[in-house]
Design a protein around this ligand. Sequence first.
Ligand code: M6R
Length: 608
Amino acid sequence: MCGIVGYVGERRALPLLIEGLKRLEYRGYDSAGVAMMEDHTLQVTKSAGRVAVLEQMLDFDGSKATTGIAHTRWATHGAPNDANAHPHTDASGRIALVHNGIIENYTAFKKYLEQKGVVFATETDTEVLVQLIGCRYKGNLEKAVREALAEIHGTFGIAVVCSEEPGIIVAARRGSPLLIGVGQGEYLVASDASAILAHTSQVAYLSDNEMAVISADGLRTTTLDNIPVTKDIQEVEWTLDQIELAGHDHFMEKEIFEQPEAMRNCMRGRVDLGEGKVHLGGIADVAREITRAKRIILTACGTAWHAGLVGEYLFEDLGRIPTEVEYASEFRYRNPVIEDGTVVIAISQSGETADTLAALSEARERGALALGVVNVVGSSIARETDAGIYLHVGPEIGVASTKAFCGQVAVLAMMASYMGRRRHLSQSTTQEFLEALARIPEQMEQALENSDQAKTIAEACAQRENWLYLGRGYQYPVALEGALKLKEISYIHAEGLPAAEMKHGPIALINDGMPVVFIATQGSQYEKIISNIEQVRARGGRVIAVATKGDHGITKLATDVLYVPHTLEPLQPLLTVIPLQLIAYHAAVTRGCNVDKPRNLAKSVTVE
Ligand code: M6R
């Protein structure tokens, strides 16, 4: 949700930290700050607003500090103002801390510390933690951090410095990601590899309840109980150019256009057309349990939930396994029934979404086989699962999820055919399905040719404040996804519905010129959706149809038609979502919205 970066070494830390913060801004952008340590002096600078605002306040030439920590915030406790921005300091001004996560018992500690005479300068839960560390400090920062963390409840990824111990950063994690970057005579700490990738691709991921002490001389890792831990140093699989704009105006645009390549990477080594089967190494060890599954529960949030809904149709169609998709936030508190043979699959781009992580833990505790469909390698959800499949679609920086949706659907399609083949699908049906899947990247390239037309439509309709998105069967989740994309980045109210539901109420909304997007591709429900289009036309709505290439008849019914190539019905969401992503993108640009950093949102939601 927020972003942390820290540096200790021989180089000037400030430019590195600001560059890291800019790369982390997609995680939160209400306020930003740095704490620089030069000899025994701690200098904290922070401000509400974007990193660019902070940057203007800093003296880059004057700062010779080679140790520092920095933060970009998405506010949870306390308004996004200067005071509440991180880093926070203790009352003595010796200790500075940056924090991602939430301290749950902060009110009790605030009272306790106030009784001891501590005066609080902010409304944040984080200040309570740094004040507690300050109270426990007796000349050993590591010990003080350990003691304070033993007392608090909640989640944290933290980096702490102390002016009495220059050249040292103490970092710790519970429930909020943190990694240590290993360079030549320098170490970095970050909540996300993108912040440090320009300097090193060698990282050690901290696990929950672990702590690291870094200095120019080395890295020492322990548990929070001070038991030494040896960490593997891993190579980050993402490259620097993957996290840069590469000539695009926005990450969302870049990521929409990356989808064909992302699909190829996602399927590489998995779809085997020669043998007519799917290889899924990540779940090979539990293949037997999956094959014998009696029920599947897919759990996720937002876009990942929409992908899960496509998954429900896929697992029932291809796998013939009873499947449900559940909002993770509901599942975790609902006393769910987990019987023998239940497989729970958590779907998440970031692998850090708090509700999804909690739902997965709940499912595991109740005895389900817990699988993950995750993009970020080494993320919390990936670590919590019994087995899983990575998307391999590359980093997704734009807050609006695009290529991750397609990666999630593609992985679920591969899993469904993997299960289906083991249960009842014939070799020839499986082969036909996989051949169609393998054609998707090239067909996506054709769907992307709609961009100019999507722009024209978006420009024509961008000032309409209410839109409807309608689809049936496999296109119903796509309707939901199209509506979510539009609302989250352009702030237009949009609703996605199963097309047949329209007549049970929402039809009352339709007035002259209201944009109604139909996903009306050729398939089992084509005739039905055409009737729904007629109903909207009769009431003066502006019909925007996503249709199958070659369907000329639909031009008589729709004001605008965006064509996608023909594919099997279960795979159509991978193509039909593209025009909807493009419409949302162009509508947001037309309305002058900040596409990659929409208001009130951040990339991963690590709070409830
Ligand atoms: O990282 P996750 O896939 O778990 O994130 C889930 C949702 O927060 C996410 O898909 C959100 O809905 C996006 N902003 C949608 O574009």
